[in-house]
Design a protein around this ligand. Sequence first.
Ligand code: NAP
Length: 299
Amino acid sequence: MTAKTIDGKEFASHLRAQIAEYVARLKNDHGITPGLAVVLVGEDPASEVYVAAKHKQTVEVGMASFEHKLPADVSEEDLFALIDRLNADPSVHGILCQFPVPDHLDERAVVARIDPAKDVDGLSVTNAGLLASGEEGLVSCTPLGCLMLLRDQLGNMSGMEAVVIGRSNLFGKPMGQLLLRENCTVTIAHSRTKDLAEVCRRADILVAAVGRAEMVKAEWIKPGATVIDVGITRIPHPDKPGKSRLLGDVDFAQAVTVAQAVTPVPGGVGPMTIACLLANTVTACCRAHDLPAPEGLTA
Ligand code: NAP
């Protein structure tokens, strides 16, 4: 058996095209342009690359992009004053602060300062609580992207066994909640889970979000399972000195011999994250204007 490779890059490209259509409709029918504000503190090179990619894709779908670069030594007071201004600005529908922030700033306090209705990263306690209680909120972008890929792949997931490896607030917990909402029987595994391989082998849907390169081997996978690889580990490139390559949590070469479908790294889950950030911004914009959030962009 050779599994299907789930092409997240192509899916994300379709999703962005769909978002661009909604954005055009919002402009034409209602005179509204969804706006995303990204706050970057300091000069972390990886964060600068992410912020540039977010800006480019935001503009490409026709939305307004507001970039705010603050010095690494910005005070909490000044950062919060900016967030307060963005919270109050009606042209801004989504706010994201690029993490990590310098050590003197508390990430949880930063997230808590953002209006939950504009928290397009879905990281606030309010949005986590809304998801857990089955109410309408904004869902963390990477799990939302995985859900979209799974829905596309599997359709109805009701009654399936789903195992998520990893229990972070950023990914594992919201992913587990989303799968529960799809009526899966959900197990969230972590570093203390006993017999992890055996737990994983039960899964019709296996989602790995750990950050340990190629830990999921063929014998961890139920034949015919759908495997979503969220993990990212950067290693030196074996053939290109000075370059690096990315590895997922799943041993892809082994997984494709057992599973029905697998996401690759890179090109699987990764491209979905920014596309879902744009989707969340459109959703937040629609809700701010008492319009229904477009189907297909939400959980
Ligand atoms: P995290 O906060 O470090 O969480 C990692 C989780 O893995 C923890 O729950 C930890 O368990 C668990 N874990 C660690 N070692 C384990 C082991 N040996 N067996 C089973 N579980 C183990 O990381 P995260 O933010 O959730 O991210 C996870 C991975 O996904 C990272 O590689 C990250 O780069 C990647 N990621 C990718 C995207 C994307 O856009 N593609 C987005 C987000 C994250 P404990 O809780 O017990 O410590």
